[in-house]
Design a protein around this ligand. Structure first.
Ligand SMILES: [Zn+2]
Length: 493
């Protein structure tokens, strides 16, 4: 039964205000949402996808609730330096050197892998996927506005944002200028006014004289020459997201998502730049962050070398949608400790739900049985209530499993409208979670498909011995073939 204090509007935990807030978009019925996308210098690991999955869940729930969602998700293909700092190598250029190709080849290669992964994880296509390298002029326009308003200043090696000019700096992450100065590394060459000042633009001088991706300032023309050149440069990582969100969604947006690692410095800097440049506040109504994924006792991180990619998961016999279920079965503000046992449980649970969904298609209505209210009010309402309560997915799945048992017990006493409500509930669950789809997207290896085709030919020729032998071969490779009216269907065992 729905509890009496259940929220009727969506409540989300706002990282900025540190409490749950009622969500109302600026424009009725429409939501603007920005998600920090990947830096494309390697195939993202599964931990990276946990925050993209959280953003996708939020978007799906808003859509199920009747909102139109304008979702933008960027591609960072320049300017993200190692360790998220202002000095050091550009992640994309470092990888380009390692693979001995040019940086944009690297960026496009890993962008493609990332998009393949997103597709197999059931992540919906955003309204726009802007690339940083294609939004340079918009970044320069914001930098120019910040210089003009006195929030930024130029040094020998770049243009920096002055954090002392922005009193709210630190509000998102809880940092203060004092503790940031105390923790800062002392660097003699620094011309920065404050150790926490961050780069908006880096000039191609000194350690950056070898930077390949570069543009003229302030024209924003791509430059192909290399070497020391103070008139050429590249953007800082943070300004990219301020520019890309403004370009597609305007100066103020409803929702901004990311992983908790993005809170500082990245999102803290985005707020400072965007609000200082536009003079509008707040830049973002609600900040939503996914807690990180750990592997055992350690943070899952590329630099620690303890990461798995989606192909690793698939090669172990799981569907990408098992991973999706696993990540979404834990509340997004809970730190998840990844374990293979969790993947096994997710696979089983997901199959149970899908079997139930198939089963409900065969149920027949009973005259005089329970009608729609008997399903909608207690069950769909309860599911919606827990989802509105800061996207409480574990509670939503608990409601779903209770409903599985209830509906099986009551299947013989459902009227036509009651049965229709069961199907609507299943559809709402499908659209919200996005992981109860058939495995159509799972890649079946080519040699297995060849065996299936051979078996089909054997069957057509009524060679049942040969066909059974081939089925055995397919099984031995971990796949099951089922003969359906529309043709053979292959699945992992
Ligand atoms: Zn970002």
């Amino acid at each position: 039964m729905p509890s009496s204090d259940a929220p009727s509007t969506l409540h989300l935990y706002n990282t900025l205000t540190k409490h749950e807030e009622e969500f109302h978009p600026m424009k009725e019925g429409e939501v603007t949402m920005y998600t920090c996308g990947p830096t494309v210098y390697g195939r993202p690991h599964i931990g990276n996808y946990s925050s993209f999955l959280m953003a996708d869940l939020l978007r799906r729930w808003l859509q199920v609730s009747g909102y139109k969602v304008k979702h933008v998700k960027n591609i960072t293909d320049v300017g993200h330096l190692v360790a998220d700092r202002d000095e050091g190598e550009d992640k994309v250029e470092k990888q380009a050197k390692a693979e001995q190709v040019d940086p944009l080849t690297i960026a496009r290669k890993y962008e493609e892998q990332y998009r393949e992964d997103e597709l197999s994880l059931g992540i919906l296509e955003p309204f726009a996927r802007p690339r940083a390298t294609e939004t340079i002029r918009e970044m320069i326009a914001i930098i120019a506005a910040l210089l003009k308003k006195g929030y930024a200043y130029e040094t020998g090696d770049g243009i920096y944002f002055s954090v002392e000019k922005f009193p709210r700096y630190g509000a998102l992450s809880g940092n203060t200028l004092e503790n940031l100065s105390a923790g800062a590394r002392v660097e003699v060459k620094e011309e920065k006014h404050h150790p926490a000042d961050f780069a908006l633009w880096k000039k191609c001088v000194g350690e950056n004289s070898r930077h390949l991706l570069r543009w003229s300032y302030p024209e924003g023309e791509r430059i192909s020459t290399t070497g020391e050149d103070a008139s050429a440069g590249f953007p800082g990582w943070h300004i990219e997201c301020s520019a890309m969100s403004t370009k597609f969604l305007g100066s103020q947006i409803d929702l901004h998502t990311g992983g908790e690692d993005n809170i500082f410095p990245h999102h803290e800097c985005e707020i400072a730049q965007s609000e200082a440049a536009s003079g509008l506040r707040p830049f973002v109504r609600i900040w939503v962050h996914r807690r990180r994924i750990d592997l055992g006792a350690k943070k899952m991180s590329k630099s620690l070398g303890n990461v798995f990619t989606l192909p690793d998961i698939v090669s172990k016999g799981y569907s990408p949608l098992d991973l999706r279920y696993y990540f979404l079965s834990v509340h997004y503000r809970t730190q998840l400790k990844f374990a293979w046992k969790g993947m096994d449980d997710a696979r089983k649970a997901r199959r149970r739900v899908m079997e139930w969904m198939h089963e409900t298609e065969t149920w027949l209505p009973q005259e005089g049985g329970k009608n729609a209210e008997g399903v909608r009010d207690p069950w769909m309402q309860k599911f919606a209530d827990v989802m509105r309560s800061d996207l409480n997915t574990p509670a939503a799945l608990a409601v779903l499993f209770d409903f599985l048992s209830w509906s099986r017990l009551n299947k013989a006493s459902l009227s036509a409208s009651g049965l229709e409500a069961v199907h609507s509930f299943a559809q709402m669950v499908r659209e919200t979670f996005g992981c109860f789809e058939e495995e159509a997207r799972e890649e079946i290896p080519a040699d297995i498909l060849a065996l299936v085709a051979q078996r089909e030919e054997a069957r057509k020729a009524k060679d049942f011995v040969g066909s059974d032998a081939l089925r055995g071969k397919i099984r031995a490779r971990g796949f099951e073939v089922r003969d359906l009216p529309e043709g053979p269907k292959v699945e992992r065992l």
